[in-house]
Design a protein around this ligand. Structure first.
Ligand code: APR
Length: 402
């Protein structure tokens, strides 16, 4: 492993201990590259933050092959079927028998993050919690050989960390993406005009599979998390106050849109968390500038319609870890130079599928010409998925792939 310089720092400075930063850090340590991670939040906070939970087979392969899969192998559950409920009835797609024949592993993100933190520390990694990088002037020297960060100790004292490279893994609201000079990077952004009330509910999954309910009152979704916690989604008006939805209102609306009368009741339970998520996409091109490389949500957002966010974060981290190792061990800068070009086709493919999923699950409710047209398209898309095996294979390929 490269020796730490006398000034505080490391060869690769990683900002953010989410899936992207932690996978990158673990892979770098395994490759003998000196790195450190600074994280704004406390360890307890990142280990309890409930987020996504569906891991694609390729993501699981990266984690398992790099010694990061013990927890998910032991406690993750395989899901290979999803169900669509519409006005016409319901149909199931057993996607692990279609397309590439792969299933998802359901493993809550906070458990994955807990495993990744433990493994990074067990590998001797330097992980500094409660250490935010300054919102202004926190990152500099990106054009030179020795970029640096300004981080803050728990008592608020600023100090400098110097490295050879910076990995911006600090999520959608992080500081790193804001350091990119105007004109050096293009942002491709789209607000989809759809919002979901995301609910974490203390109740066992009511249904054996992920279930998407398409309803003229709006989309509703059911996704297993753990044996005692279930994720539900309810499409809501953009700008809705999540606390305006009482538990009773949530369950009544879920029953209605999931058509409980026809398919059986849901298992009610207390709502543990409620938040409104606006479906948004944002892709930065390139994902790098000088000595700064972005990965995960810092490099781009994807709507949660196809649960791709955490998977893209892990894949980018793997690509970046290999590129840093090639530059530092073999003096081969080419993989770093091509980092964005390697990641972006994968990101755009996931964006395209997620966008298609938005059109599969939603359509405007109005009685105007445009709304009626879009509803008919949505229904035709669902019908084609129900009846065409070619369409089902293609769906499976995209649904579980990254
Ligand atoms: N200084 C230090 N750390 C920071 C700063 C800062 N100024 N700003 C943000 N962070 C930290 C956050 O506290 C967070 O822990 O960066 C981390 C970013 O982690 P995530 O938001 O989980 O992003 P990422 O690792 O890219 O994972 C993307 O995981 O959380 C999901 O929805 C997300 O599925 C997506 C995937």
């Amino acid at each position: 492993m490269e020796k730490r310089s006398s000034a505080d720092g490391a060869t690769v400075l990683i900002v953010g201990a989410g899936p992207a930063g932690l996978v990158l850090g673990n892979l770098l340590l395994a490759a003998g590259v000196d790195c450190l991670i600074v994280e704004r939040q406390s360890r307890a906070h990142v280990e309890q933050r409930a987020r996504a939970g569906f891991l694609a087979a390729e993501t699981v392969r990266v984690l398992v092959d790099n010694g990061l899969g013990t927890g998910l192998r032991a406690r993750g559950r395989q899901h290979g079927t999803c169900v669509f409920r519409t006005e016409r009835g319901e149909f199931a797609l057993q996607y692990d028998g279609l397309g590439r024949g792969e299933a998802h592993t359901v493993y809550p993100q906070q458990e994955l993050v807990t495993d990744l933190v433990a493994e990074f520390l067990a590998r001797g990694g330097d992980l500094r919690f409660d250490t935010p990088v300054s919102e202004t002037g926190g990152l500099d020297g990106l054009d030179g050989e020795r970029p640096w960060l300004v981080a803050h100790r728990a008592d608020g004292t600023p100090y400098r960390l110097t490295g050879r490279y910076v990995a911006g893994c600090d999520g959608r609201h992080g500081v790193c993406r804001r350091q990119l000079p105007a004109g050096a990077v293009r942002s491709h952004r789209r607000r989809h005009g759809v919002s979901w009330l995301a609910l974490l509910v203390e109740t066992p999954p009511a249904l054996p599979a992920v279930t998407y309910a398409v309803h003229d009152r709006g989309f509703a979704g059911h996704m297993a998390r753990t044996p005692s916690v279930t994720r539900y989604y309810l499409q809501c008006e953009p700008g809705t106050d999540p606390d305006a939805w009482t538990d009773a209102a949530v369950w009544d609306e879920l029953d209605l849109r999931m058509r409980a009368e026809r398919f059986g009741p849901l298992r009610r339970g207390p709502v543990l968390e409620r938040a409104v998520v606006d479906l948004e996409s944002d892709v930065l091109d390139p994902m790098q500038y000088g000595r700064l490389f972005l990965a995960g949500d810092a490099a781009g957002l994807i709507s949660p319609s196809a649960a791709k966010g955490a998977n893209l974060a892990v894949m980018a981290a793997e690509t970046l870890a290999r590129a840093f190792a090639a530059a530092l061990h073999q003096g081969d800068e080419e993989p770093l130079a091509r980092y964005s070009a390697t990641c972006l086709p994968r990101i755009w493919r996931a964006q395209e599928f997620s966008h298609w999923m938005i059109g599969l699950l939603h359509a405007p409710a109005g009685d105007d010409e445009e709304s009626r047209f879009l509803r008919a398209l949505r229904d035709s898309r669902l019908e084609s998925l129900r009846t065409s095996t070619v369409q089902q294979h293609s769906f499976a390929d995209n649904y579980v792939g990254v």
